[in-house]
Design a protein around this ligand. Structure first.
Ligand code: MD3
Ligand code: FE
Length: 218
């Protein structure tokens, strides 16, 4: 793994950046400078579009609770995985993507060389201890040209970063409160997952982990 220190002119704060793939990077603590705007914005989104355990096409309830904001939200039910312009519970459009979400996602994407990233969807995943996400590829987006940017909050997680076949060996990368990750280009279709979250209590978020993923879905 390659590691280096970068000095970002816009924040004047040094961030540790780790390259984990040809076009993938972990930006340690990248969201911390905006945490005071970020947490209330997240709270307001999930007040309007409450977290829910969606049903997979196979009929299992997901251990992760999800919601979305932006023009499109990711949903799953008995008819499959897809993006939808409305929340299937309220039949209303998803809440707007808060400015601070978009700004952080675009600033992170820029660090990976994706300077024209325009996310139209933010999927919110909430993990409690024991919740996990099995190895999968993200293939529901219209185009794979745009990167995916993720933001981790709360309890730590062990992220699995695999290859292009399910059976390829995975790297294990721990993701902490405030870390952001960029995946694009040749790494966009890699298998990935999250090991079961360990018990613990985060000082700001309690017994949970949130992951926000920013995508160009439409
Ligand atoms: C790696 N979420 O929502 S970060 C997902 O932490 C998802 O909640 C995880 O996988 C989480 O689909 C992992 C997101 C992520 C997204 C896309 C990727 C990691 C990726 C695409 C390629 C490689
Ligand atoms: Fe995924």
């Amino acid at each position: 793994m390659h590691s280096n220190f970068d000095l970002f002119a816009d924040t004047e704060q040094p961030h540790r950046s780790e390259q984990i793939g040809e076009q993938s990077w972990v930006l340690r603590g990248f969201a911390l400078s905006r945490i005071e705007q970020l947490l209330p914005a997240l709270e307001s989104v999930i007040e309007r579009a409450p977290l829910r355990h969606m049903m997979t096409p196979g009929g299992f309830s997901m251990s992760v609770a999800t919601s979305s904001c932006g023009a499109l939200g990711w949903i799953t039910d008995r008819s499959g995985y897809r993006y939808s312009a409305e929340d299937p519970i309220s039949h209303q459009p998803w809440p707007q993507m808060p400015e601070v979400f978009r700004e952080l996602a675009q600033a992170a994407a820029k660090q990976g060389g994706f300077s024209d990233f325009i996310p139209d969807s933010c999927l919110i995943n909430r993990y409690v201890p024991g919740a996990k996400m099995s190895l999968h590829q993200d293939k529901d987006e219209h185009s794979y040209a745009a990167p995916i940017v993720s933001l981790s909050l709360g309890l730590p997680a062990m992220f699995l970063f695999g290859g292009f076949a399910r059976s390829d060996k995975s790297q294990r990368i721990s993701l902490l409160h405030g870390d952001m990750v960029i995946w694009g280009g040749v790494d966009r279709l890699r298998y990935h997952g999250i090991l079961p979250i360990k018990y613990g209590r985060h000082p700001q978020l309690g017994e949970q982990r949130f992951n926000l993923t920013f995508r160009t879905a439409g």
